[in-house]
Design a protein around this ligand. Structure first.
Ligand code: NAP
Ligand code: MG
Length: 401
């Protein structure tokens, strides 16, 4: 008897190697065990082109409606892709469109393996990074100037009022930058972080530099403090804490700590620190990613892209050794969230077992090439993606426990 689902989740298909693996994961590891109920959206680049990108907006709306989605990696269009696929025009990144529609925050967390030691030897639990995805230097206005002059920051209110402060008297040429953020965006970010911390039962740390940036970073800190007051009872009941610290101290704590923390980062810090955590943990293919809206909608995905280079080898008739682990964990994340919301214990257990089967398979020495290169088990050969999936399926069927 297959496990039944009560409510559908939103399934978003994508491009290239991850699209090929998406179908293989479903066929080998999901459909034999679960009566999948999904509402499907095809976000392949050709389908986005055909619909003038309408399908991306529809997929985002569906995630808000159902509360849970799982997404395959998708091509972000570039001039090269425009030619390759004969597209009518360039489209915004689907992830950016969905993130904006959900007003969401992305949380990234590495899947740790006993046989792959992180570069930071004290980490025994994942360091989860939340990156604020709006504003700061990513939406800054910049200017290069020649010769002497003075720089000022001017605010013109909608009512016509004006505020002006001096930035610097510049004796010679130089560069200027002005950045901004919005209270509403910072508040949504904070809310998504508190929600995620509660779900994952992780202590939450927010870090900035408010000793230097009293107003800008100070505002972030105030908003986090205000939202933390709303969550105080629930955090206490869950036995977790929220704290603010300076970004310098945060870096030191994370590098000396054992992991097991949610680190809320401003946009730039999150960009840099999520790459640091990913490389310190070994493989991009072992990084999970989930977009959480402040209203409580979740979209699970792998952190990596469509693995284009492997796809071209696949098109040439090869069987690449692409690691499907993060795609599988995207599905287990979505299924267990669905199970939690619908209270379906068997589905939650299935998701847990599948995650354990993936780890167990790797730890028994069956793995893809990216892991073979870094695992202390040093297996003689790497498996292609399909052979690896089959090994996991054997475990799920109880043939090899
Ligand atoms: P990528 O797909 O993440 O792959 C970069 C390299 O990382 C691969 O060539 C491969 O290295 C390694 N890698 C990534 N995932 C792997 C896996 N599962 N198993 C084994 N190795 C893996 O990044 P990209 O090549 O820069 O981008 C390709 C396309 O993906 C682009 O069109 C981009 O727009 C899109 N993208 C989408 C998302 C998303 O939808 N979330 C995110 C990022 C990029 P080796 O070749 O050395 O084996
Ligand atoms: Mg980065």
């Amino acid at each position: 008897m297959k496990i039944a689902m009560k409510t559908p989740l939103v399934e978003i298909d994508g491009d290239e190697m991850t699209r090929v693996l998406w179908a293989a994961v479903k066929e080998t590891l999901l459909e034999p065990f679960v009566e999948l109920k999904t509402e499907c959206y095809d976000l392949s680049v050709t389908e986005r082109d055909k619909t003038g990108d309408r399908v991306t907006g529809e997929a985002a709306e569906a995630i808000l409606r159902y509360g849970v989605g799982v997404k395959c990696a998708t091509i972000t269009t570039t001039e090269a892709r425009l030619k390759e696929y004969g597209l009518a025009r360039l489209y915004p990144s689907p992830n950016a469109t969905i993130r904006a529609a959900l007003d969401g925050t992305v949380f990234r967390s590495p899947i740790l393996l006993p046989s792959v030691r992180p570069a930071v030897s004290t980490w025994t639990e994942p360091v989860v990074i939340a990156r604020h995805a709006y504003g700061d230097v990513y939406r800054a206005a910049e200017m290069a100037v020649d010769g002497p002059g003075k720089a000022e920051l001017v605010w013109t209110g909608a009512d016509g009022s004006e505020r002006r402060i001096s930035v610097a008297d510049m004796p010679g040429g130089g560069v200027l930058q002005a950045m901004h953020n919005l209270d509403t965006s910072i508040e949504s970010f904070a809310r998504s972080c508190f929600r995620y911390a509660l779900d994952a039962r992780l202590p939450l740390m927010f870090a900035a530099k408010d000793t230097i940036s009293h107003v800008y970073d100070g505002r972030f800190r105030e908003i986090f403090d205000a939202v933390s007051a709303e969550y105080a009872d629930r955090f206490a009941a869950a036995g977790i804490t929220y704290f603010y610290t300076l970004i310098d101290d945060a870096v030191a704590r994370v590098v000396k700590g054992r992991g097991g923390i949610l680190w809320a980062c401003k946009n730039y810090d999150g960009d840099v620190m999520s790459d640091m955590v990913a490389s310190a943990c070994g493989s991009l293919a072992m990084m999970r990613s989930v977009l959480v809206s402040p209203s409580g909608a979740y979209e699970f995905e792998a952190a990596h892209g469509t693995v284009q280079r492997h796809y071209y080898r696949y098109l040439n008739g090869e069987k690449p050794s692409t690691n499907p682990a993060a795609l599988i964990f995207a599905w287990t994340g979505a299924l267990s969230k669905r199970a939690e919301l619908d209270r379906v214990a068997e589905l939650a257990a299935f998701a847990r077992n599948l995650e354990q089967a993936v780890i167990g398979t790797i730890e028994s020495g069956s793995m893809t090439a990216d892991l073979q290169a870094i695992s202390s088990l040093k297996p003689d050969k790497a498996l292609d993606s399909w052979a690896f999936l089959e090994k996991i399926a054997e475990r799920m069927r109880g043939e090899r426990i």
